[in-house]
Design a protein around this ligand. Structure first.
Ligand SMILES: Cc1ncc(COP(=O)(O)O)c(C=O)c1O
Length: 412
């Protein structure tokens, strides 16, 4: 048996840090300085954002890309462009970042939560079908962690019930489903470039679509309701200034040159680690579906079986952290348990629907189990290093499992 657990005074499996994030260099500097010196700092004047929109959309199998200030606004604009009417319902998963649901509220529509599958952590099509009412108008599947949701089943449901599907691809830059890129699988897709994301400009977001009319609607909404051929001070729809700036466009263009190689490395490392961890009793890595031709591993998701370890998730995580593995329990609450939803603290939105909404009654047992007991994450930058980094991570898991008796006794 290896040395004692680090959390109980032994030495760490991994003393060196993993790859830090963001990864950047001269290319980012040159693009930024060029944008600065051009004096064209806004999207309306410069070329960086326009170039980024073209290249990002093309890489993701789409004709159009509309860059905006973040990945929350991109969801909201997509909903508005899709023509959602006040207080219609949008089905979302509860295992996601807050924005997937609050963007719906900000579009003055009602988020309805449908459970996720325990093994994939992705929206469960059966739960979606069960959540449909006469008011349902859209579904927002999140490609959680960078693995595409079950789009065949979800699109079939959308056709049957005449619903719009908007992909929340905030985790899924470069991910592929049956060979097709995330962001091109439904009518509209939404990406985020916030600091933690696999492609980042500090902040930023982008809408993808192959539909000319939807693209035109998104362009108008992100640019104060202006229309092609219209006057500068002519505004047609409810909208705002959601345009991304040129400095962010410059950084994103340089980062985009790195994306393909980084995505391949993450996917290869992620699969390698999953194969190793699968052998360990008590660790269940996110199941890779047959349709996943590329996982972007924004997160490496797994579940911990407390029974197999004889210790709760929190103790296992603490022990792994002490071994030098930056691991976390991830989203702590299903979104419907957030005070915002329990208290219907919707500000000026949903003035009528809020009376009949009671999120305390929502129950998504798989999501509750993942958030409350089993779920855990490793973040994307850990997957940018060599295979030996994966070996270190696996060794730490093995060590904690081997020493589960001591861990249980310690009652951390
Ligand atoms: C799944 C998901 N959707 C939407 C967002 C919102 O993106 P942003 O932070 O750029 O607004 C995020 C992350 O931040 C996310 O993780």
């Amino acid at each position: 048996m290896s040395d004692a657990l680090a959390v109980l005074g032994g030495s760490k499996v991994r003393a060196r840090p993993f790859t830090s994030w963001p990864v950047f260099g001269e290319a980012e500097e040159q693009r930024l300085v060029r944008a600065l010196r051009s004096g064209k700092w806004g999207k309306l004047d410069g070329d960086e954002v326009a170039e980024f929109e073209r290249r990002f959309a093309a890489m993701h199998g789409c004709k159009h890309g509309i860059a905006v200030v973040n990945g929350t606004v991109s969801l909201r604009i997509a909903l508005m462009a899709a023509g959602l009417r006040a207080e219609e319902e949008v089905i979302v998963p509860p295992y996601t970042f807050l924005a997937t649901a609050t963007a719906v509220v900000e579009a003055n529509a009602v988020p309805v939560f449908a459970d996720v599958e325990l093994e994939t952590f992705n929206l469960d099509p059966k739960a979606v079908e069960a959540a449909i009412t006469p008011r349902t108008r859209a579904i927002i599947p999140v490609h959680i962690a960078g693995q595409a949701a079950d789009m065949d089943a979800l699109l079939a449901i959308s056709r049957k019930h005449n619903l719009i599907v908007i992909e929340d691809a905030a985790h899924a830059h470069g991910a592929r489903y049956q060979g097709r890129p995330a962001g091109s699988l439904a009518r509209l897709g939404s990406f985020s470039f916030q600091s933690s994301k696999n492609l980042t400009g500090g902040e930023g977001g982008l809408i993808t679509t192959n539909d000319d009319e939807l693209a035109e609607a998104c362009r108008s909404i992100h640019n104060c309701g202006r229309v092609t051929g219209g006057l500068w001070y002519e505004h047609h729809v409810m909208s705002s200034n959601y345009r991304l700036g040129e400095f962010q466009g410059a950084v994103l263009n340089a980062q985009l040159d790195r994306l393909e190689e980084q995505t391949q490395t993450r996917d290869s490392n992620g699969q390698y680690l999953a194969a190793k961890l699968k052998r360990l009793p008590g660790i269940w890595p996110q199941r890779r579906t047959a349709e996943t031709t590329r996982h972007s591993y924004h997160l490496f998701l797994f579940r911990i079986d407390a029974e197999a370890f004889g210790a709760p998730r929190a103790a296992v995580l603490k022990a792994l952290q002490a071994e030098g593995i930056p691991v976390s329990g991830g989203y702590a609450l299903p979104l419907y348990r957030q005070p915002l939803f329990l208290n219907r603290a919707f500000g000026p939105y949903l003035p009528n629907a809020r009376r009949r909404l009671d999120y305390a009654k929502v129950d998504c047992p798989n999501c509750a189990k993942i958030c409350g007991q089993q779920g855990a994450w490793l973040e994307q930058s850990l997957f940018l290093g060599p295979k030996s980094d994966m070996d270190d991570i696996a060794r730490a898991f093995e060590k904690v499992y081997e020493h589960r008796g001591a861990l249980a006794k310690a009652q951390l």
